[in-house]
Ligand binder design. Structure first.
Ligand SMILES: Cc1ncc(COP(=O)(O)O)c(C=O)c1O
Length: 366
C-alpha cells in the first residue's frame, strides 16, 4: 500500500535525524494544520486531552472559574476543565444535533448561578460544528471565551470557516480512531491569537520560554516527531478521506430514507439533524434507535460492528457526583445516551457494505 511506504519512510527520516521530540516535523505539521483550519497558530502536543487543557488555560481559565460545556461528550471535555482548576457546568444538548444547546447556555448565563463562568466549551460532536454563530454572539455579549473541542472535527467548517478558527482556542485529537490519526497519542491546539499560541507553546514545555527557565507551571505535553511525521503524510489525504465519509453518509441517508424505518414520528430509527451552516466530516455516522442495545447485539451476531458514544452522560458520571446533578436534570443528553448508535464509517467503506448495515437494521425491526 502506497501510504504504508510513505509513512515508513517518514518514520525513518525522524529516526535518522533523531528529532524525536518536537523538532522540524512538529513545526511542519503546525504550519500545515494552521493553514488547513485557518487559524493563525497551531501548537502540537501529546494528546487531545492535553490540547484541551492548553486551550482552556491559554483562553484564561483559572482555578476557581466555571466553564460551561455539554453533558454529552467524551470524558476529556470535562476532565480538562477540572485539570485547569475550574468547575464544569453541564448544560443539555440540542435534540436534533446533540451539540451543546446555545439557547440553554444563554439562559444559564443570564442567571446568577452563572457567576464565575470564564469560558464555554462547545464540542463539535461526531464531526459537525456546534452553533458557532450563536456561541460567538454569546461569548461577546457575556465576555466569556469560546474554546472549541474540535477533537472529532478536523476539516469540518461552519459557514465555510474551519473548525479551529471559530473560537479563542481549539483542541484537536489525533487518537488512532480519529479522521486524521497518529500511530499513538497526539493532539494539537489552534488559536486566532498569536499571544495565546506563544503561551500554549510554553505551557506544553514546562512553562519554559527558554531552556531551564520557568515562568509558570507548565507540564510535559509535547508531541513526538514520529507522530508528526506520520500525520503529515496522512494530512495530504484528509480532504479526500473526509469527502468519502460525506459520500458514505449520503448513501446511509438515502438507504435509511428508502427503508421505511423512519416513516413517522414513532418510527424505530431517526437520524441526527444537520445544520445547514456546517460542513460535517462524519467522524461518526450516528442513528437514534429504539431498543438500541438489542439492535446492537443483533448486528453483532451478523458481524456488523457498532458502538455507543456515549452510554452515560457526563453529569451522571460517578466522578462528578460532587456537582449534585441527578437523572432527569439534562433529559435530552440522557435520552441520547439511551438511543444513539454509531454505524460503520471509514473512507474505505463500500456501498454494498452500507447496504448490508441498513438491511441488518431493517431486518431487526421487521
Ligand atoms: C470530544 C473529544 N474530546 C477530547 C478527546 C480526547 O482526545 P485524546 O484521546 O487524544 O486525548 C476525544 C477523543 O478521544 C474526544 O472525542
Amino acid at each position: 500500500m502506497v501510504i504504508r511506504e510513505e509513512v515508513l519512510a517518514a518514520i525513518a527520516r525522524v529516526c535518522d535525524s533523531q528529532g524525536f521530540i518536537l523538532g522540524p516535523e512538529v513545526e511542519g505539521l503546525e504550519h500545515e494544520i494552521a493553514a488547513l483550519t485557518g487559524a493563525v497558530a497551531a501548537v502540537g502536543c501529546a494528546s487531545g486531552t492535553e490540547a484541551l487543557w492548553l486551550a482552556l488555560v491559554a483562553a484564561g481559565v483559572k482555578p476557581g472559574d466555571a466553564v460551561i460545556t455539554t453533558a454529552f461528550s467524551f470524558f476529556a471535555s470535562a476532565s480538562a476543565i477540572v485539570r485547569a482548576g475550574a468547575t464544569p457546568v453541564f448544560v443539555d444538548v440540542d435534540a436534533g444535533t446533540l451539540n451543546l444547546d446555545a439557547a440553554l447556555v444563554e439562559r444559564r448565563l443570564q442567571t446568577t448561578s452563572a457567576r464565575g463562568v470564564r469560558a464555554i466549551l462547545p464540542v463539535h460532536l461526531y464531526g459537525q460544528c456546534a452553533d458557532m454563530d450563536a456561541f460567538d454572539r454569546i461569548g461577546q455579549q457575556f465576555g466569556v471565551a469560546i474554546v472549541e473541542d474540535a477533537a472529532q472535527a478536523i476539516g469540518a467548517a461552519w459557514n465555510g470557516r474551519g473548525a479551529g478558527s471559530l473560537g479563542s482556542t481549539a483542541a484537536f485529537s489525533f487518537y488512532p480512531t480519529k479522521n486524521l490519526s497518529a500511530y499513538g497519542d497526539a493532539g494539537i491546539v489552534t488559536t486566532m491569537h498569536p499571544e495565546m499560541g506563544e503561551h500554549m507553546r510554553q505551557l506544553r514545555n514546562h512553562g519554559s520560554p527558554r531552556r531551564y527557565y520557568h515562568h509558570e507551571f507548565g507540564w510535559n505535553g509535547r508531541m513526538d516527531g514520529i507522530q508528526a511525521a506520520v500525520l503529515r503524510v496522512k494530512l495530504q489525504r484528509i480532504a479526500e478521506w473526509n469527502r468519502l465519509r460525506q459520500q458514505h453518509a449520503a448513501t446511509y441517508d438515502r438507504l435509511f430514507a428508502e427503508s421505511g424505518l423512519m416513516s413517522n414520528a414513532n418510527a424505530p430509527v431517526g437520524l441526527l439533524a444537520r445544520s445547514p451552516q456546517a460542513t460535517h466530516v462524519f467522524h461518526q455516522y450516528v442513528i437514534r434507535a429504539q431498543r438500541r442495545d438489542e439492535l446492537r447485539q443483533f448486528l453483532a451476531e451478523r458481524k456488523i460492528g457498532s458502538e455507543v458514544y456515549y452510554p452515560l452522560p457526563l453529569h451522571l458520571q460517578p466522578v462528578f457526583a460532587y456537582l449534585e446533578l441527578r437523572e432527569g436534570d439534562l433529559p435530552v443528553a440522557e435520552q441520547a445516551a439511551r438511543d444513539v448508535l454509531a454505524l460503520p464509517m471509514f473512507p474505505e467503506l463500500r456501498d454494498e457494505e452500507i447496504r448490508r448495515v441498513v438491511d441488518g437494521v431493517a431486518s431487526f425491526y421487521s
